[in-house]
Design a protein around this ligand. Structure first.
Ligand SMILES: Nc1nc2c(ncn2[C@@H]2O[C@H](COP(=O)(O)OP(=O)(O)OP(=O)(O)O)[C@@H](O)[C@H]2O)c(=O)[nH]1
Ligand SMILES: [Mg+2]
Length: 258
């Protein structure tokens, strides 16, 4: 990256990722990109927080936010975004800490963020895909994306991806703390709000590899919560469409012709 490129911060939420975090941070650092890393750990029982502290003690490129307990992926993003904005970051990246989002895509994410307000590392554009997923996991992801397209009206192909790069102005306009979803569906609600504000969204292809170490944190209750988020956003979309229709009717027949 040249000195004309923006300061970037990567927000890395962790819960029980001790087998992944040191290798992931090393792989990111090996890229020698000017990216600051903020680990947001929720008092992981496996000691990920202490490992993150050790990484931060060794490198000024890493800092850590500790939270009291497992407060959800969405609110972990909020804490990281707040810090990144306060630090003056111009580009704010997010990725999972389990190597499903491989650091090798970071240069392309940053490059694309010159052209788009939000870049998504996408499984569902040409060249993207998933590795080692069973049929159940494929169906869950496919179903979530279909609902996001059909009911919420999102345009992106991969609406549930956590591999993203937001331009600073996006997070200054859509206040991350005003997103109501606190878990995984934070990603869908944030994308809805970004699209609502008319920001540009671009997708670059990534191969999403299933985690090899550690355990998934997606639970049945997260899936139910995601269903409620989709229903709430669909309601918001309908109310918005209703307001637009009423405004155009109130403006009279001439406005229908132009
Ligand atoms: N701080 C924090 N991080 C979380 C929380 N829940 C999940 N994470 C992290 O968010 C990222 C995504 O979680 P995963 O469990 O890998 O979810 P996923 O990738 O959608 O699902 P899998 O494909 O099954 O791995 C990982 O880095 C987790 O450690 C949480 O409540 N708090
Ligand atoms: Mg994962």
């Amino acid at each position: 990256m040249t000195s004309t490129e923006p300061r970037a911060t990567l927000v890395l939420p962790t819960y029980n990722e001790r087998e992944n975090l040191p290798a992931l941070v090393a792989a990111i650092q090996a890229l020698e990109l000017p990216i600051h890393i903020i680990v947001v750990d929720d008092n992981s029982p496996d000691g990920t927080g202490a490992l993150a502290d050790a990484l931060a003690a060794r490198s000024a490129q890493v800092s850590v936010i500790h939270r009291a307990g497992k407060l959800g992926l969405g609110t972990a993003y909020v804490a990281g975004f707040r810090q990144a904005l306060a630090d003056g970051a111009e580009a704010i990246l997010t990725m999972d800490a389990d190597f499903s989002h491989h650091p090798r895509y970071l240069p392309a994410m940053l490059e694309a963020s010159r052209s788009y307000d939000l870049v998504i590392g996408s499984r569902y554009v040409r060249g993207g895909g998933v590795e080692n997923w069973g049929p159940e996991r494929k169906l869950l992801s496919w179903g979530a994306n279909r609902l996001a397209h059909l009911i919420v009206g999102l345009h992106a192909r991969d609406c549930t991806a956590g591999f993203r790069c937001y331009r600073r102005r996006v997070l200054e306009t859509v206040d991350p703390a005003t997103i109501r979803a606190d878990g995984y569906s934070y990603l869908v609600e944030m994308l809805y709000r970004v699209q609502e504000q008319g920001f540009s969204v671009g997708e670059i292809p990534i191969i999403f590899a299933d985690r090899r170490l550690g355990q998934s944190k997606i639970s049945r209750s997260e899936i139910l919560k995601a269903g409620r988020t989709v229903a709430r956003l669909a309601g918001r979309r309908l109310r918005r469409a209703g307001r637009r229709l009423r405004a155009s009717l109130a403006a009279g027949p001439v406005s229908w012709l132009i």
